[in-house]
Design a protein around this ligand. Structure first.
Ligand code: F6P
Length: 366
């Protein structure tokens, strides 16, 4: 299919936290656009900041070479610069302004006919807001958290999962050698996907996720019982968004300018301290942190990212805007960006994966 005559140049940006596979998407967008459809591609730098400040870079076919396996994003990214709530300083005081019209003027000035926005819920909400103002936008779902509504899987999740699983494998050896309880805190925001799947894949004994509030007594019972039956080491995988029954999440810091200002973190230490105090079992805590966001994407993420990038360009060429590409089962599809707003994709407490884990004796501390 040849592109609609009015589409000659595509803009592309990566928004929100970085994630393995971003470069693989950029590569797919650039290659498909140039090679398959004869379009030009302009990359905006540092996420939406590049659109607001007109920071950009023409992407040639050669720019897409040698980046498939690289983590991060060659375009840079930011989770702070929302054009609809843009941080500015007025007479020494920080405030927020809607500078979306300025960003749209920059699209026009650069003769960008359509925009591909690669991001998580914050960035795709902004993409939706731009589409409401008449900008032809297509979104691509990204996040290691896998918490984006409207798609079965986001790219980046599989790599984060692999990293977390490998870390648990390594921690298992110290746990066994020293007869310790080892607590591993993983990312994931308010969804327990990384904890649940890394816990399953890494042989966690207790998995604490936001969707199933825990009782610390129950967690400690599991560890004491394991000791009683001679299993003197235990692995407790804790999602950063896990919380006790009748308790709250642990907030690490507030990043005011961010599209999602709350940064979680620290629950691992809370759980670890309680375990040691209540069971007497020597306990150590490892917080995996941003290691989960880095490194080379897995084969799964490279392929998924490539499919997303290619499909997004197809939508642009077909003039299907205000939509996000998504994966349903094995099929690449697309849905309205509107449907992605406001909801997060969470673990089902009664779902198949949780049941599987329970069947093999994993405790969720409930
Ligand atoms: O959304 C991805 C993610 O890595 C979350 O898992 C985590 O809570 C957050 O971003 C950390 O954000 P930052 O890089 O701003 O600290």
């Amino acid at each position: 299919m040849s592109p609609k005559p009015e589409i000659k140049r595509i803009g592309v940006l990566t928004g929100g936290g970085d994630c393995p596979g971003l470069n693989a998407v950029i590569r797919a967008v650039v290659k498909t656009a140039i090679f398959h459809y004869g379009l030009e591609v302009l990359g905006f730098l540092e996420g939406y900041l590049g659109m607001v400040k007109n920071m950009k870079r023409q992407l040639q076919y050669s720019d897409a070479s040698g980046i498939l396996h690289r983590g991060g994003t060659i375009l840079g990214t930011s989770n702070r610069d929302n054009p609809f709530r843009f941080p500015v300083t007025v007479r020494g005081k920080k405030t927020f302004r809607d500078v979306s019209d300025q960003a749209i003027r920059n699209l026009k000035r650069n003769k960008v006919d359509a925009l591909i926005a690669i991001g998580g819920d914050g960035s795709l909400t902004i993409a939706y807001q731009f589409s409401q103002k008449g900008v032809p936008v297509v979104g691509i779902p990204k996040t290691i958290d896998n918490d984006l509504w409207g798609t079965d899987v986001t790219f980046g999740f599989n790599t984060a999962l692999q990293t977390a699983m490998e870390a648990i494998d390594k921690i298992q050896t110290t746990a066994a050698s020293h007869h310790r309880a080892m607590v591993v805190e993983v990312m994931g925001r308010y969804a327990g996907w990384i904890a649940l799947e890394a816990g399953l894949a890494g042989g966690g004994d207790v998995i604490l996720i936001p969707e199933i509030p825990y009782d610390i007594e129950k967690v400690c019972e599991v560890i004491k019982e394991r000791h009683h039956y001679g299993r003197k080491s235990s692995i407790v995988v804790v999602a950063e968004g896990a919380k006790p029954k009748k308790g709250e999440v642990v907030v690490q810091k507030i990043v005011e300018d961010s599209t999602d200002p709350v940064r979680l973190g620290g629950i691992g230490y809370k759980v670890g301290n309680e375990i040691e105090k209540r069971t007497g079992v020597e306990t150590r805590v490892t917080v995996l942190g941003h290691i989960q966001r880095g490194g080379s994407p897995t084969a799964f993420d490279r392929i998924l990212a490539t499919r997303y990038g290619t499909k997004a360009v197809e939508l642009v060429v077909q003039g299907k805007f205000g939509r996000m590409v998504n994966l349903r089962g094995l099929k690449m599809e697309d849905i309205p960006l509107k449907e992605v707003q406001g909801d997060q994709r969470k673990v089902f407490p009664d779902g198949d994966l949780v049941k599987t884990a329970r069947s093999i004796g994993v405790s969720f501390g409930d």
